[in-house]
Design a protein around this ligand. Structure first.
Ligand SMILES: Nc1nc2c(ncn2[C@@H]2O[C@H](COP(=O)(O)OP(=O)(O)O)[C@@H](O)[C@H]2O)c(=O)[nH]1
Ligand SMILES: [Mg+2]
Length: 236
């Protein structure tokens, strides 16, 4: 039986990336693969662009989200949809080509003998050398902070490029995920680790976005650090 895979993409103002990304993903010709986009009313028409592509690619769905907006809230909705529609696996990835779609087949292969696959910059063969030094250092530091506080034994705890088996998705109970911002990456991973989900990392080459702009800002960064601390202290 072919398994059904949902590629889950949160978007905010990704009009310059979304069409190209969808085309690249479908060009991989992975049987049973569908794409779901969770868009937070992007004023640049990201959702409309994706919708227009449905003529060519009927296996695209779009969640036009209502408030509360945010990367975390969108991520939660993506996971819930994957479970509700009975997908066997879900891949979460960013829309900006920092996560190379060409790694998807490898991630799915790795998922055959694990329950959660993380695309990792910090294992042998992985890299994060193209972004400005400041962003690289910020990521390294955040990774150190998250791994130490949450005591998660993975090399790249910040990676938002991951493949989830249905079992792992069920285990983390997405309906009760609470982080509204990017810290959902840590919240979901923390839950998976606690539930003893079998995690495997595979190397990825992480590159900087070429088009559009990063939505990370000081406020979201501070909130993310706070969230990790909160998770560590409360244990949930
Ligand atoms: N739905 C939704 N997606 C978001 C939001 N903020 C960021 N994203 C998406 O999350 C992914 C990562 O965001 P990005 O701005 O590249 O963050 P960075 O990689 O940390 O600089 C991209 O696909 C964004 O479009 C948001 O508030 N809502
Ligand atoms: Mg990015």
């Amino acid at each position: 039986m072919n398994s059904r895979v949902l590629v889950c993409i949160p978007t905010y103002c990704e009009s310059e990336n979304i069409a190209h990304l969808i085309e690249e993903i479908f060009s991989l010709q992975i049987p049973g693969l569908e794409i779901l986009i969770a868009d937070d009313a992007s004023p640049d028409n990201t959702a409309k662009i994706a919708e227009n592509l449905r003529n060519r690619y009927p296996l695209i769905s779009i969640l036009k989200r209502k408030p509360p907006y945010g990367r975390g809230a969108a991520g939660r909705d993506l996971f819930l949809y994957a479970l509700e529609k009975n997908f066997d696996a879900a891949i979460e990835m960013d829309a900006d080509f920092s996560h190379d779609p060409k790694s998807i087949p490898q991630m799915l292969k790795a998922l055959e003998n694990s329950e959660l696959v993380i695309g990792s910059r910090f294992i042998q063969g992985g890299s994060d050398t193209e972004r400005p030094k400041g962003r690289q250092i910020l990521t390294r530091w955040a990774n150190f902070y998250a791994r130490s506080l949450l005591r998660i034994n993975v090399k790249d705890a910040n990676s938002g490029y991951r493949a989830w088996s249905r079992k792992a998705l069920q285990a983390i109970e997405p309906q009760s995920l609470r982080a509204r911002g990017p810290a959902i990456v840590h919240e979901a991973l923390f839950r998976a680790a606690r539930k003893k989900i079998k995690i495997q990392e595979i190397p990825i080459r992480f590159v900087d976005r070429k088009m559009g702009f990063s939505k990370l800002n000081l406020g979201k960064l501070a909130y993310g650090y706070f969230w990790i601390l909160r998770l560590a202290v409360l244990g949930k």
